[in-house]
Design a protein around this ligand. Structure first.
Ligand SMILES: Cc1c2[nH]c(c1CCC(=O)O)Cc1[nH]c(c(CCC(=O)O)c1C)Cc1[nH]c(c(CCC(=O)O)c1C)Cc1[nH]c(c(C)c1CCC(=O)O)C2
Length: 364
């Protein structure tokens, strides 16, 4: 039956993302085609992004719903990807947790006041929805504009956030963070616990405003041994996944260089495991199930460096990844890490179309 509104216009039921390829794959259900999106799909690779960002700092733009909506939609329009990711940053909520941090272009998040002691840890206060009304506003508007395309919400995992706070900026060896873990374990656990609460609060705001899935970025967890990860990090990320369980949205867990940690990161409570380019997806499935766990959907894993080669290199790599992804109950195509700022948008558009067409299920 057709419903009519008061202007006598037929009301088509709003399409929802529930049966979208992304959500079907994340739930391990049959898909019309392998869904594809790109981590950091919004950003400097797009000329339209550089144009709207002019004169605004990264953190300022994350607090302006008009900019957040526009920037989030840009890659959906240009590439036709199967999911949008909310435009923000993993460090955005830290400002509302009482922490002074800025994002320096070409460097990353930096702080002049790193956390090294109990006073610093105690200053990290809880974040609530009332601190981030612009996030709620931007997500509600995005969800209505996106229609059937799902919106992914995200947060930084306790370890990756802590690494910026303790080091004071990006780090290669995480020496000060590891020194805190091993030398002052109680202080470390107190900090990681507060950061888990920050992640839970930020993710909850996003899901309550309408995000269809969440991704926890523990980008730098690969710097840890499995032993340290299990002891110092996994319980805190597990707290985040456990708290998000009640919402019933797929929970994705991703980090770079995490080949040795895939089983532990899966066990932390992920429904979908993100894999970088170092481990083939079928091998990732073996590692996820090695400790006796059930196979899970995976996300990945084209090497972003290959974006700068020719299509004759990229196409067979995509074919290989699609074939290896069949070992999992669901596969979401992505890069193994974020889109580099100097990537060619035309290559990303071609990859999107190729994955969607090549993997399409043709009815008999
Ligand atoms: C580690 C990390 C950060 N931020 C993020 C992570 C985890 C993902 C990963 O591993 O890459 C997550 C992130 N950051 C951003 C998004 C937006 C959504 C998307 O993926 O499109 C997401 C999901 C926007 C951003 N975050 C940032 C930019 C670039 C800033 C700009 O355009 O001025 C964008 C679009 C800044 C940022 N923020 C961070 C870094 C290292 C940088 C790069 C600094 C630089 O090279 O200039 C910290």
């Amino acid at each position: 039956m057709t419903a009519w509104d008061h202007r006598c216009v037929p009301v088509t039921p709003l399409s929802t993302p529930d049966r979208s390829a992304y959500l079907l794959a994340a739930r391990g259900e049959p898909v019309p085609h392998t869904p594809v999106w790109f981590m950091r799909q919004a950003g400097r690779a797009l000329p339209e992004y550089r144009a709207v960002r002019e004169g605004t700092t990264m953190l300022e733009s994350c607090m302006r719903p008009d900019l957040v909506v526009e920037i989030t939609l840009q890659p959906v329009r240009r590439y036709g990807v199967d999911a949008a990711i909310f435009f923000s940053d993993i460090v955005t909520p830290l400002q509302f947790a009482g922490y002074d941090i800025e994002i320096k272009p070409g460097i990353g998040p930096v702080s002049a006041d790193p956390i090294r002691d109990a006073v610093g840890v105690a200053a990290v206060r809880p974040v609530t929805a009332a601190d981030v009304p612009f996030t709620t506003e931007a997500i509600q508007q995005l969800v209505s504009e996106l229609g059937g395309t799902p919106l992914i919400g995200f947060a930084g995992a306790p370890f990756t956030l802590a690494s910026y706070l303790v080091e004071g900026g990006p780090s290669k060896d995480f020496a000060k963070t590891k020194a805190m873990m091993h030398g002052q374990p109680d202080l470390w656990h107190a900090l990681a616990d507060r950061l888990a609460d920050v992640a839970i609060a930020f993710l909850s705001v996003q899901v309550e405003a309408g995000a269809s899935a969440i991704q926890l970025f523990d980008s730098w967890a690969g710097g840890l041994s499995p032993r340290d990860y299990e002891r110092f990090v996994q319980p805190h990320s597990a707290k985040v996944f456990e708290a998000m369980k009640e919402y019933g949205v797929p929970r994705v867990h991703f980090g770079v260089n995490t080949g040795e940690l895939l089983g532990l990161m899966s066990e932390a409570g992920a429904d979908v495991v993100g894999v970088d380019w170092r481990v083939p997806l079928d091998e990732a499935v073996r590692r996820i199930t090695a400790a006796g766990g059930a196979p899970k959907p995976v996300q990945g894993n084209l090497d972003p460096a290959l974006l700068f080669t020719g299509w004759e290199t990229i196409e067979p790599e995509i074919d290989r990844i699609l074939a290896e992804g069949k070992a999992a109950p669901g596969h979401i195509f992505n890069l193994g890490h974020g889109v580099p700022p100097n990537a060619d948008p035309e290559v990303l558009r071609r990859i999107t179309q190729y994955v969607q067409t090549k993997s399409a299920h043709v009815p008999a």
